[in-house]
Ligand binder design. Structure first.
Ligand code: PAF
Length: 293
């Protein structure tokens, strides 16, 4: 297996578990702390903020690029998911990433692969309802990535908040010796949360998408002021429909600690809470969330 090699962008690239481990083990032997940012590529400023978080939290930062087939259902966008490796490597180099781990599917899932990881309760509800396969696929690949890289800290964006809690639970339950850190959502100037799937939006859809964050930030403000969850969410759903979204998957207030559903009355003011939303615009699914208070 080839060792990690410099790409045109200058960032080192490891394409095998062995090349990854050789590089990480050498850093650790020198007493260096290693941060890890798992991605599916099609990188944007949100991902780069995770790399910057890693650079601040550790001596070395590794980012993986792997479009994980196990987290896509048959009808979802696996084949059309944007793959932009050369550009991603340039962006990682600019962000100060030390190593890109870019395994082939056969390295990740060799013939005969048959193990899966599932986090029972946190994977239910929210995105788990319409994407029942999703968190099993994420937990399985992230478990493998953490075992392959063996970082000190791994960083995940809070935009995928349910994913962050699923991964944190998985690492704790399986005694994976890593800190799971959550990094704040990065937004476009008009407030749209950054996502690789924003690239799918047509111009008119993009204008509608920009209205989503105002709906959830308003809902969060009203909940913090003590209004009833039921009426705040009803108004939020009406605002989403009026803004021109094709459909609402969910708009809910939940505990930020364990995703327990909150309401229908006012929040207790003690449990940290978030407003969570998922909508469709045409064929594109967008998710976002906003802290209460
Ligand atoms: O958030 C993502 O990009 C993916 O779900 C992850 C964590 C890289 C696993 O494939």
């Amino acid at each position: 297996m080839a060792p990690a090699q410099a790409s045109n962008s200058g960032v080192l690239v490891a394409r095998s578990i062995k090349a990854l481990r050789d590089a990480v083990d050498a850093w650790k032997a020198n007493g260096q702390r290693v941060a890890f940012v798992p991605t599916m590529g099609a990188l944007h400023r949100g991902h780069l903020s995770l790399v910057e978080y890693g650079n601040a939290a550790a001596d070395r930062t590794v980012a993986s690029i792997f479009v994980n087939p196990k987290q896509f259902a048959a009808h979802e966008d696996l084949s059309s998911y944007p793959r932009t490796e050369a550009r991603d490597l340039e962006l990682l180099a600019t962000a100060g990433c030390d190593l890109a781990y870019v395994p082939e599917p056969a390295e990740m899932y060799p013939p005969g692969f048959q193990t899966s990881v599932s986090v029972a309760e946190l994977s239910q509800g929210l995105c788990g309802t319409t994407r029942p396969h999703f968190f099993g696929g994420v937990a399985t690949v992230v478990c493998k990535l953490l075992n392959q890289c063996r970082p000190d800290v791994a960083i995940f964006g809070e935009k995928d908040y349910q994913q962050l809690l699923v991964i944190r639970r998985m690492a704790r339950d399986l005694d994976i010796d890593v800190e799971i850190a959550g990094a704040p959502i990065v937004r476009e100037e008009d407030g749209l949360a950054m996502s690789s799937r924003n690239a799918y939006l047509a111009k008119d859809e993009r204008a509608i998408a920009a209205k989503l964050n105002a709906v959830i930030s308003t809902a969060a403000k009203r909940l913090a002021a003590g209004e009833r969850v039921l009426s705040v969410l009803a108004d939020g759903k009406a605002a989403i429909a009026a803004a021109g979204f094709s459909s609402i998957d969910y708009l809910e207030a939940r505990s930020a600690l364990d995703l327990t559903l909150l309401g229908p009355g006012p929040l207790d003011g003690k449990t940290p809470a978030r407003v969570f939303v998922a909508v469709m615009i045409g064929r594109t699914r967008l998710i976002d969330n906003w802290p209460v208070g």
